[in-house]
Design a protein around this ligand. Structure first.
Ligand SMILES: [Cu+2]
Length: 158
């Protein structure tokens, strides 16, 4: 009798464990990364801009808090503000990405400001630049920005 109760108890515990384990091990699925790219910076430029669209397939809302890249000393999230016909940049705080929602970094809008390149050589079209997105829940997600070329007119201007 006592043995049987023990066995039942063990089965119940196993059942509870099997229900809890997937929850504790489950990480939020990654965001959908669409067209991550950056512009080749003009020679000797200390900044470049990165662009990407991030979609949240769920199940939880995510909050993007920033990004980092080994190729740059600093990465900031900026928005572009039109003021008296002049484009200005301002820092962005946290960017919520609700389930089913997206944030868009695009030329003339929000962008990832890539500050102080760390490599010896300037980044050239066709290279991939690693970047890590950081989230308020402590998670992170890696992606690669594809470097796209500058128009020749800009490249030869210096
Ligand atoms: Cu900027």
């Amino acid at each position: 009798m006592r043995r049987r109760a023990c066995r039942i108890l063990r089965q119940v515990l196993l059942l509870i464990l099997s229900l809890l384990l997937p929850l504790s091990l489950r990480a939020d699925p990654p965001l959908r990364i669409i067209d991550p790219w950056m512009r080749e910076a003009p020679p000797r430029s200390q900044v470049a801009a990165g662009y990407v669209t991030l979609e949240n397939p769920g199940p939880a809302d995510r909050i993007l808090t920033g990004a980092a890249s080994p190729a740059f000393a600093r990465v900031e999230m900026h928005q572009t503000i039109q003021h008296n016909g002049m484009a200005r940049m301002a820092g962005l705080g946290e960017l919520p990405i609700p389930v089913g929602g997206r944030v868009i970094f695009t030329p003339g809008g929000n962008h990832l400001m890539l500050i102080a390149p760390q490599g010896d050589r300037p980044l050239r079209a066709g290279q991939q630049v690693p970047l890590v997105l950081k989230f308020a829940d402590g998670g992170s997600q890696a992606l690669d920005l594809l470097v796209k070329g500058l128009p020749d007119s800009v490249r030869t201007a210096e």
